[in-house]
Design a binder for this molecule. Structure first.
Ligand code: FAD
Length: 342
């Protein structure tokens, strides 16, 4: 059958954005279908890019490799689009106990982790306004990613070139043929599902997250801080505070319980006035084994999902890896292959 496009994509969250951009940069003509839905993760994500699992003071999965690919990808995109999406920012972990402080010191001596952890003071006088009886450590190479601006710009470009249709695609809209797929009159030899938590994908675990946008007059902080919750500066003493994790009733947010939890964490850090400007919730597409999920799900279909709480860090490597597999036949890393859940 003569195809209208090389690839169709359902979903333009972070996964669909980075994948469609990656495929287009490799010369493919891509058509994206997306309609914003309540619960979409990328529309509420705080944009923290942090390679350390703070609970364990250990690097996240393949952190160095993911960081290198992510940094290069977002910077290249910025140059290409003359935009600012990627802002390197210190990430300060305020130790809740002396034991946490000791573990940090221990990890800093470990050759494998020392390039990501530091105990050098951060030059931000506002940190003195936050209680820190056991001191703090700094995660190196962190950044704040303005992923909502990045997605909005990408969407505008897709719409301008007729490559995005704002529609919810129903299962009955997907026509599977012997040599390809047709969706609403568009056809291609390949359809990639990037529907995040809205997709039914083997191994996918939806996890609700909530956050607050607050004004903290007088704090004047320019770095990202974490203690029980993170605080990300947005300018003019406005901060994003997050996030909660809930595995039940994932579509029920934002909840009073989530707000109480976050305000409680914030009160432990900041004794000044707090003005809540917004309360948001979304559903993370996480996975059973905390690895991304990608690969072929049918003769002409594939999936890209499972970014969990680290979409900003994982998306560029995952999109490139999936593109290498689908276009060049490069074997998928078994750790991320959707077939591991078959
Ligand atoms: C509260 C919260 C805070 C977070 N903070 C961070 C953070 O600081 N740093 C970080 O890296 N990550 C963070 N994350 C995680 C991050 O948001 C996700 O990993 C990532 O955004 C997932 O992107 P996605 O494209 O897979 O899914 P989504 O963002 O959910 O996108 C899926 C898109 O597909 C569309 N779609 C689905 N089905 C259809 C259909 N049938 N037809 C048309 N459109 C469809 C949806 O409407 C949506 O637009 C956070 C998540 C939450 C919930």
């Amino acid at each position: 059958m003569p195809f209208t496009h090389d690839a169709l994509i359902i979903g333009q969250g972070l996964a669909g954005t980075v994948l469609s951009e990656t495929l287009a940069s490799r010369g493919l003509s891509v058509m994206v279908f997306d309609a914003r839905q309540v619960g979409s993760a990328s529309h509420v994500a705080a944009g923290v890019v942090n390679p350390i699992v703070l609970r364990r003071t250990l690097p996240s999965w393949r952190a160095s490799e993911m960081l290198a690919v992510a940094g290069a990808y977002y910077r290249e995109l910025e140059l290409d689009q003359e935009a600012d999406y990627w802002k390197p920012l210190p990430f300060v972990e305020i130790f809740p106990t002396a034991q946490e402080a000791a573990i940090w010191q221990l990890r800093m001596r470990d050759a494998e982790h020392k390039h990501m952890l530091s105990s050098a003071p951060v030059s931000d006088a506002s940190l003195e306004k936050l209680p820190q009886p056991y001191g703090y450590g700094v995660v190196l190479r962190c950044a704040w990613l303005n992923l909502q601006a990045m997605m909005a710009d990408h969407r505008e470009r897709l719409i301008a070139s007729g490559a995005l249709e704002e529609r919810i695609i129903l299962e009955s809209d997907i026509i599977r043929k012997a040599d390809g797929i047709e969706v609403l009159g568009r056809s291609a030899p390949l359809l990639v599902h990037c529907g995040g938590p809205f997709n039914t994908v083997p191994g996918l675990v939806p996890v609700r997250g909530e956050g607050l946008t607050v004004r903290l007059p007088g704090l004047g902080m320019n770095c990202m801080v974490h203690r029980g919750a993170f605080i990300v500066p947005m300018g003019d003493d406005v901060y994003r505070v997050g996030s909660t994790f809930a595995w039940d009733d994932v579509w029920s947010g934002p909840t009073d319980e989530g707000k109480r939890h976050l305000l409680d964490r914030l009160h432990r850090l900041w004794s000044g006035p707090i003005e809540v400007l917004d309360h948001w919730a979304g559903v993370r597409p996480a996975s059973k084994d905390r690895r991304p999920i990608m690969g072929r799900t049918g003769p002409h279909e594939a999936v890209l999902s499972g970014f969990g709480a680290r979409g900003g860090l994982l998306a560029p490597w995952c999109a490139a890896h999936l593109a290498d597999h689908l276009l060049n036949g490069k074997p998928l890393d078994p750790e991320v292959d959707v077939q591991r859940f078959a």
